[in-house]
Design a protein around this ligand. Structure first.
Ligand code: HEM
Ligand code: HEM
Length: 173
């Protein structure tokens, strides 16, 4: 009969190698969570970009057009979608590394890893500009736009290199 101490020792031994917690036949399937999640995130990011540029359009509009655009509540919607993009990008990137590590016992120091970590850092900086943008600071607005355009550009690259990685994984299964 297993005593509490046995369970505790078992836990501690396994904790030394957390990968043993995940059954071997489950591990390969972890490779199929990150790619579709990131494709959905790419679409969501493009939507966030659209909402962001609608904020600018609203600000520069006049008369009836302005009234109509204000009803779109683009600033609120952009902030909400932007926050989701921030959270999913950070967790999705960590998830990609976790899936890679669980299956290979290491990470691959290549362009997909570097661009992915770069984007994850940049989106944090971009989001941190929110209070300054809300105070109407132009430097924060232009930094936010510039950083996010770089992120969207890198995202296109990640989508292509990600599919290549996925094809390699499938061909080895
Ligand atoms: C857009 C579509 C994307 C696809 C199809 C894709 C696909 C993949 C695949 C197949 C892997 C190998 C591990 C796994 O299967 O989970 C991977 C790893 C990884 N991905 Fe992505 N990815 C995409 C976007 C992104 C983005 C946007 C980021 C970061 C913001 C990112 C960050 C990472 C990181 C850091 C790894 C670990 C790399 C390594 O250690 O080799 N990926 N990705
Ligand atoms: C793909 C990612 C994103 C793109 C392309 C983008 C783009 C933009 C653009 C073009 C603007 C208008 C700037 C101006 O007022 O002149 C803006 C504003 C703003 N963004 Fe983003 N953004 C992105 C992600 C985010 C994220 C992750 C957050 C925060 C979590 C965020 C929060 C804000 C806020 C608070 C504003 C100011 C809204 C206002 O004036 O009320 N954005 N963004």
């Amino acid at each position: 009969m297993l005593t509490f101490i046995d369970i505790l020792i078992n836990f501690c031994v396994n904790f030394a190698d957390p990968m043993d917690f995940i059954p071997a036949n489950i591990k390969p399937y972890l490779n199929f969570i990150h790619p579709p999640l990131m494709w959905i995130l790419l679409a969501t990011s493009l939507y966030a970009m659209y909402l962001g540029f609608q904020i600018r359009k609203t600000r520069s509009a006049t008369g009836d057009e302005k009234k109509k655009l204000i009803q779109g509540k683009y600033n609120i919607r952009h902030h909400q979608i932007g926050s989701i993009v921030l959270a999913v990008m950070v967790l999705g990137s960590i998830g990609g590394m976790a899936a890679t590590y669980v299956n290979n016992g290491k990470l691959f120091f290549g362009p997909h890893l570097l661009a992915g970590l770069g984007m994850t850092g940049l989106i944090a900086v971009s989001a941190s500009l929110s209070p300054y943008m809300q105070k109407g600071m132009d430097w924060a607005r232009y930094s936010h736009i510039g950083i996010n355009l770089v992120i969207v550009g890198l995202f296109g690259w990640q989508a292509l290199s990600g599919v290549e990685i996925l094809q390699r994984i499938i061909s080895k299964m």
